[in-house]
Design a protein around this ligand. Structure first.
Ligand code: ADP
Length: 463
């Protein structure tokens, strides 16, 4: 539950981080876009302003030409209508000039040009006024009027190039503003495309991460399910084997007990040779009992449920009893010699597991020995561990197979027709491991085998 919560909170963090990043990106794009829009807007305002300036310049020029032509109409043709038109156009000229002053670009060059234009225009207006006033006083002073016209034309010729320069510079500003607006629009498109692509990348990688996590989670869940199934199956296996061994053990005990009773009765009546079949029944029943114990031990060990209940036992007595017990095992009795080389008499060990270890090793030694071959069980005590050794002079184990002998059901190539299941050493290994001990084998084919089991003292309470 807790693990699940951690998994979810981890995924939650990823989602929040991803969406946070997307929001940040979108925020940045919006900000950049807003800034850019403002620039475009300002650019558009500048363009509009410049157009207005150019229009004012055109209007001013038109008013100036119209004022001049109205003046001429009045003084050369005496048309009163022209006087009125002249006055209107002069007013227009003046208002357009003031407007131009406001609109013209604030650069130094434009301001200087405007000052010059203003002065020339004022001079021209003064000349025109002088011409009108002269006409109203003396209509015949044509020579003077011609002089005034000549001077007015000269002023006009000075004014026109200044206006052309003003117009050219305003047009260049207009061009600049248009280019800037164009660039701003392109930049905005770029920012928006980039922002969208980046947001898509973040969202796509977020989706991919989520997908990966989802797959991982599904894998973990399916693993958990199969582990649970495996556990259930192994528990079922243990229950089944426990039941079978229990059901088999009862009749086996009856067989053993009855054969023992029979032996006691017949011992007096028949000679030893005739009891051979009875011994066979007894040893087969014992072997079967042993096999059942092995199967159950291995099943429990593989399910991680092998009981380990150490208690103080007299190891020497235990070994002596075991040797006596196994001496008669098999059809041809073997002499097993027990030796205690150390000072080890009592130790804290699990009796059942120790029985499985030593009985399997000794039964193997019996099974794989030639008739009359010597077998030793040696007990020793080292500084760090209690040591058991089972030595035989039997068929030996081929070197290439020595690593595999602890695998369940493994049997060496040289066993020929010696009966076995391949379970014994697997059981031994599990029982040794349960004691945190180690097992070693030294063997030579045709010479014999030595199994050494070391169980660390720190695992025991030596007395
Ligand atoms: P098995 O029932 O076959 O004896 P084990 O697991 O006890 O099964 O042993 C595995 C194999 O190791 C045996 O089949 C045999 O080939 C080899 N082996 C074990 N102990 C001895 C021994 N003392 N001498 C020779 N070979 C042995």
């Amino acid at each position: 539950m807790n693990q699940k919560f951690t998994k979810w909170s981890l995924r939650g963090k990823w989602i929040i981080a991803g969406f946070g990043l997307t929001l940040l990106l979108m925020g940045l794009v919006t900000f950049a876009s807003f800034k850019n829009t403002t620039e475009i807007q300002q650019g558009a305002n500048r363009v509009q302003h410049t157009y207005q300036t150019l229009n004012t310049l055109t209007d001013f020029s038109a008013a100036m030409t119209a004022a001049e032509s109205a003046r001429r109409g009045y003084i050369f043709l005496g048309n009163r209508q022209d006087l009125k038109r002249y006055q209107n156009e002069v007013t227009n000229m003046q208002s357009e000039l003031r407007l131009l002053q406001k609109q013209i670009h604030p650069s130094l060059s434009q301001q200087q040009r405007f000052a010059r234009l203003d002065s020339l225009v004022n001079q021209r207006l003064a000349l025109l006024k002088q011409s009108i006033e002269l006409y109203q006083k003396d209509e015949t002073a044509l020579q003077t009027q011609n002089n005034i016209t000549e001077r007015s034309v000269k002023l006009r010729e000075e004014i026109l190039p200044i206006m052309a320069d003003i117009k050219a510079e305003e047009q260049s500003y207009l061009q600049n503003s248009l280019e800037q607006s164009d660039n701003s629009i392109r930049l905005r498109i770029l920012i928006e495309i980039l922002g969208t692509i980046l947001s898509l990348i973040v969202i796509a990688s977020l989706c991919a991460t989520l997908d990966r996590q989802w797959i991982k989670r599904e894998k973990i869940e399916s693993l958990e399910v199969s582990l649970a199934q495996e556990k259930e199956f192994s528990e079922l296996k243990i229950r089944l084997f426990s039941m079978i061994s229990h059901e088999f053990r009862t009749p086996l005990s009856i067989i053993l007990l009855s054969s023992q009773l029979l032996k006691e009765i017949l011992k007096e009546l028949v000679d030893e040779l005739q009891l051979k079949n009875l011994y066979r029944i007894q040893s087969s029943a014992k072997l079967m009992n042993h096999l059942l114990t092995d199967i159950l031990t291995l099943t429990r060990a593989e399910a991680g449920k092998l009981d380990y209940k150490p208690q103080l036992i007299n190891v020497e007595n235990f070994c002596l009893n075991l040797v006596e017990d196994l001496q008669l095992f098999g059809t041809t009795p073997h002499l097993i010699k027990f030796m205690n080389h150390g000072q080890c008499f009592r130790a804290n060990l699990d009796e059942k597991l120790l029985y499985s270890i030593l009985s399997n090793l000794l039964l193997n030694a019996i099974k794989y020995s030639f008739a009359g071959g010597k077998i030793y069980l040696i007990l020793n005590s080292e500084a760090e561990a209690i040591v058991f050794q089972v030595i035989d002079e039997g068929i030996g184990i081929p070197p290439a197979e020595q690593e595999k002998i602890y695998e369940p059901l493994y049997r060496c190539q040289n066993v020929e027709n010696i009966v076995g299941t391949g379970l014994g050493l697997a059981v031994v290994k599990k029982c040794v491991e349960r004691h945190h001990g180690e097992i070693f084998v030294e063997s030579a084919v045709g010479v014999g085998t030595t199994f050494t089991v070391k169980i660390p003292h720190k695992n025991l309470a030596l007395v």
